[in-house]
Design a protein around this ligand. Structure first.
Ligand SMILES: Cc1cc2nc3c(=O)[nH]c(=O)nc-3n(C[C@H](O)[C@H](O)[C@H](O)COP(=O)(O)OP(=O)(O)OC[C@H]3O[C@@H](n4cnc5c(N)ncnc54)[C@H](O)[C@@H]3O)c2cc1C
Length: 410
């Protein structure tokens, strides 16, 4: 099934295709396989990082910036191109087709920017948004704490107002990409007497401040991609409080909506490619005629197709200018549980070989191959951005209208 999105979109697709072929620097597509599913810090991420240091990538980045195609979904007044979700999906598809990368600005683009656009003042928008587009500010997310992940509203990090500054003290945990960031968006408790969700503020802080320290947390994949962070009286101007003091929960909900729903329209493309790579691997190993292997692969194929249909349904909703419903949680639950199971299927296909490292390792190292990394890292997908249990609660309570789960606080 394909979706006819009408002549305007067909024209946009043709123009985008032409623009990409006219502007993508020679050799860019060959630098690495930009279409692979790469888990940050996992297999393939070194090669991708190296490719982004190549002059062809810098040239491509400059071309995209010139054409406002970095953060293209942001409104034009904020430096984007104002592409609606359907056009963003088409843009992504065309980049994928041309095997060239979408230059992204990480959490700045997908989480901080949208939150500042919705909740920031015009002065905050003018200050913070351009710095994300140029890549000058790279953000990490300071939400989770040692005692509060799913129960985010229970967070303990303190924010105390001191004149025209806010002073932040506390500990954050599981901070992805902290070592690459120069800014953090932090949730802190600014009114300890208020009801749990009411006394929280959303603040942008300088992550290079000497009062910030962090250390890496090693994951079971061997990578140390996230950190625990200690904020020891970090000062930020009140200007950096987004959405107003004690109004951070509303801002955080905008952030989380974007985190869970982002990419739902085109994510199947990566999983489709990964699926066919696994089919190739199965054929190479002479296992593609085994009934149980075929059954597992058929399960995976069906799920990638369902993701595609779900993406089409979301696109059709957006094209009709309707608000998507609980798709964000449905999509997050679906892809993360799928990917975990795909990792298990891949391990079954590799058989006993899956249990040992594929290359000789240095002391203390245990290099994993692509499928071992998928197996191990995909488990994280069912935890970050809200665990599968939390997504099921949201779908049950907010989408299906089931009774709320019993809570000791009520
Ligand atoms: C790879 C990765 C990257 C991450 N990056 C970041 C980041 O950049 N910034 C950041 O702030 N955080 C980040 N996190 C943290 C992530 O948001 C939390 O791990 C997640 O919210 C779960 O919180 P927790 O680990 O404290 O587990 P807990 O909340 O303690 O949950 C433990 C278990 O209890 C279950 N559970 C909890 N409450 C309920 C309930 N009400 N009903 C049913 N079951 C429940 C959970 O589903 C889970 O299985 C990251 C996590 C991972 C794995």
């Amino acid at each position: 099934m394909e979706l006819d999105l009408g002549p305007d979109i067909a024209e946009f697709r043709a123009q985008t295709r032409e623009w990409i072929s006219g502007h993508a620097p020679a050799g860019l597509a060959e630098l690495t396989d930009w279409n692979n599913v790469v888990t940050t810090g996992g297999y393939g991420s070194d090669r991708r990082a190296e490719a982004t240091r190549h002059p062809a990538y810098a040239k491509w980045e400059a071309e995209l910036q010139q054409a406002r195609l970095i953060c293209p979904q942001w409104p034009e007044e904020f430096g984007g191109k104002g592409l609606d979700a359907v056009r963003v999906a088409v843009f992504n598809e065309e980049l994928y087709r041309a095997r060239v990368p979408r230059v992204v600005r990480g959490m700045g683009e997908s989480l901080v920017g949208p939150s500042v656009i919705v909740h920031g003042t015009p002065e905050q928008q003018a200050h913070f948004l351009p710095r994300i587009i140029t890549g000058e500010d790279v953000y990490c997310q300071g939400f989770s704490e040692p005692g509060t992940g799913s129960d985010l509203a229970g967070l303990q990090t303190k924010g105390e107002v001191d004149g025209d500054e806010i002073v932040i003290t506390g500990q954050k945990l599981w901070t992805s990409g902290a070592a690459r960031a120069n800014k953090m968006f932090v949730l802190c408790r600014t009114d300890p007497t208020a009801e749990k969700h009411a006394g929280i503020s959303f603040v942008l802080i300088d992550f290079t401040d000497p009062k910030v320290s962090y250390r890496p947390v090693r994951q079971m994949s061997g990578a140390a991609e996230f950190c625990e962070d200690f904020l020891d009286g970090v000062r930020a101007p009140m200007f950096n409080v987004i959405g107003g003091l004690n109004n951070g929960w509303r801002v955080a909900m905008t952030t989380l909506g974007n985190e869970r729903g982002g990419g739902a329209t085109t994510q199947h493309l990566r999983y489709e490619k990964e699926f066919w790579d696994l089919v190739d691997e199965t054929r190479k190993r002479g296992r593609s005629t085994e009934a149980l292997v075929r059954q597992d692969l058929a399960w995976a194929y069906t799920h990638v197709e369902l993701m595609r249909f779900q993406g089409i349904r979301l696109l059709a909703t957006l094209a009709a200018k309707k608000e998507p419903g609980p798709e964000a949680s449905v999509s997050k639950l679906f892809w993360s549980e799928y990917h975990k199971r795909l990792g298990e299927i891949a391990m079954g296909i590799l058989g006993a070989e899956a249990m040992v490292a594929s290359q000789p390792a240095a002391e203390g190292e245990y290099p994993l191959d692509r499928w071992q990394t998928t197996f191990i890292s995909s488990r994280a997908g069912t935890i970050f951005s809200g665990t599968s249990q939390i997504q099921r609660n949201i779908i049950g309570e907010r989408a299906l209208g089931l009774p709320k789960e019993p809570s000791s606080e009520r």
